[in-house]
Design a protein around this ligand. Structure first.
Ligand code: ATP
Length: 364
C-alpha cells in the first residue's frame, strides 16, 4: 500500500560513509518531496568508530529498530586499523545481512556518458547479483580451534537459497527488459568444473532457467567470465554468482564503468532492503570533502525502486527515475569529483544533482 510518509533508517558508518550518506539524504529528500512524500529519517550508530567506544559493532536495539523501518540506507563501515581480536574488520553490514536474511546483493553497473572508462565499449548496462549469506562466507561463525599451521573456510550452497537467488535474477532480467530495453538474459558464473558445490549450483540454475524460457541464459566459468567482463562487457545483462565470486566480479564490473564512486548496490530479501554504495570507507580520502557521492545517491534511487515495488507506489518509482536522470545530466556536463576526472568536491556534485532535479525537463 502506498503511504504518506516512509521511515528510512540511516546507518552512516565510518570514513566517507557519513559524507556520502548526507549527500544521498539531501537528494532523496528533494526527490520525495517533489512527489508529495515526506521521508522520516532515524540515524543509528554502527561500525568501527562505534565499536571503539562500545565494544560492539551494532547494538541489539539498533539491529532491531532498523528492521522496522521501510528501508535502510547505509554509508560504509569498517576501518583497517580497528579489528576484532581474530584480526577481521568490524563489519556490521555483514551482521545485518545475516540477521535479516538479505540473501542477494544487486549491483547495477552502467556506463554513463561523461564517465571515463579504460574499456573499449559503447554500451555497458549490467547488474551483478551476488549471493550474500552462504557460499564461501558460510562458515564465518564456525567454531575453530587455535591453529598456527593451517586455516580453512567452508563453501556451502543450499537449494533453498539458490532457488530464491535465481528467481530474483530472472525477475530482474524481465524487469530490466521492460524498463530499460535490455535483452532479458542471465549469465551464471561458477567453478562447476572443479567444485562440487558449484556443480550443484549450476544444476539448480538449470532447473530454474527451465521455468523461464523467455529469458536467455549463459553459463561461464568464473575465470573466463571475469576476463570477459573486461574484454567484452557489452555481452552481459544480469550476472548471478556465489558470494565471494560476486564480491570480486561486482568490483571488476564497477571498475569497467568508471570505478567505485559511481557503483550503487542494494542488499535484499523478500521483506527487507538495505541500500549502500559498493565502495568501502575510503579512509585515504575521508574528511576531505572529495568523495564521489554518486554511488550513494544512485543507491538511494535503488531504495526508491524497491519501495515502489513493495508498496505499489508509482511516486517512488518516478522519484527514482528523476534521481537517475539528474545524476546522468550531472555526469554528462559536470561538475565531477576527481575519481572520475573532475576537480569538484562532494558538496558541489550534490548541489548540482539537487539543481538538476528541479530543472523543468526533469520535473515533467
Ligand atoms: P572495503 O574492503 O570496505 O571495500 P577498500 O579499502 O577495499 O574497502 P574502498 O574503501 O572502497 O576499498 O576504497 C578503494 C579506493 O577507491 C580508495 O583509493 C578510495 O579512495 C577510492 N574510493 C572509494 N570510494 C570512493 C568514492 N566514493 N569517491 C572517490 N574515491 C573512492
Amino acid at each position: 500500500m502506498a503511504k504518506n510518509h516512509y521511515d528510512i533508517a540511516l546507518l552512516p558508518g565510518d570514513g566517507i560513509g557519513p559524507e556520502v550518506t548526507d549527500a544521498a539524504v539531501a537528494v532523496l529528500t528533494d526527490a520525495l518531496k517533489r512527489h508529495g512524500i515526506t521521508p522520516h529519517y532515524t540515524t543509528y550508530e554502527a561500525g568501527a568508530a562505534y565499536y571503539q567506544k562500545s565494544n560492539e559493532a551494532i547494538s541489539a536495539a539498533s539491529m532491531k529498530a532498523v528492521g522496522e523501518a521501510d528501508a535502510i540506507l547505509l554509508g560504509a563501515m569498517g576501518l583497517p586499523d580497528v579489528r576484532y581480536p581474530d584480526g577481521t574488520e568490524i563489519a556490521p553490514q555483514i551482521d545485518l545481512r545475516e540477521h535479516y536474511g538479505l540473501f542477494a546483493s544487486l549491483r547495477p553497473c552502467r556506463l554513463f556518458p561523461g564517465v571515463p572508462t579504460r574499456v573499449r565499449a559503447d554500451t555497458i548496462d549490467m547488474v551483478v547479483i551476488r549471493e550474500l549469506t552462504e557460499g564461501l562466507f558460510a562458515g564465518r561463525h564456525d567454531p575453530t580451534e587455535p591453529n598456527d599451521e593451517s586455516a580453512s573456510d567452508r563453501l556451502t550452497i543450499t537449494r533453498a537459497t539458490s532457488e530464491k537467488l535465481f528467481q530474483l535474477a530472472f525477475a530482474q532480467a524481465r524487469l530490466r527488459r521492460r524498463l530499460h530495453g535490455t535483452p532479458g538474459h542471465v549469465t551464471l558464473l561458477d567453478k562447476s568444473n572443479v567444485l562440487r558445490s558449484n556443480a550443484f549450483l549450476r544444476k539448480v540454475f538449470d532447473e530454474v532457467a527451465a521455468r523461464h524460457p523467455d529469458i536467455g541464459t549463459a553459463r561461464l566459468y568464473i575465470d573466463a567470465g571475469s576476463m570477459m567482463l573486461v574484454t567484452n562487457p557489452e555481452r552481459f545483462d544480469v550476472i548471478v554468482t556465489e558470494n565471494v565470486f560476486g564480491d570480486i566480479t561486482s568490483e571488476i564490473a564497477a571498475g569497467v564503468v568508471g570505478g567505485l564512486g559511481v557503483a550503487p548496490s542494494g542488499d535484499v530479501s523478500e521483506t527487507h532492503g538495505m541500500f549502500q554504495p559498493s565502495h568501502g570507507t575510503a579512509p585515504d580520502i575521508a574528511g576531505q570533502g572529495v568523495a564521489n557521492p554518486i554511488a550513494a545517491i544512485l543507491s538511494a534511487a535503488m531504495l526508491l525502486d524497491w519501495m515502489a515495488d513493495r508498496h505499489a507506489d508509482e511516486r517512488c518509482a518516478s522519484a527514482a527515475a528523476a534521481i537517475r536522470a539528474a545524476t546522468c545530466q550531472v555526469l554528462t556536463h559536470g561538475p565531477k569529483t576527481r575519481d572520475i576526472g573532475g576537480t569538484a568536491g562532494t558538496a558541489d556534485v550534490t548541489r548540482a544533482i539537487q539543481n538538476a532535479l528541479t530543472s523543468s525537463a526533469l520535473a515533467a
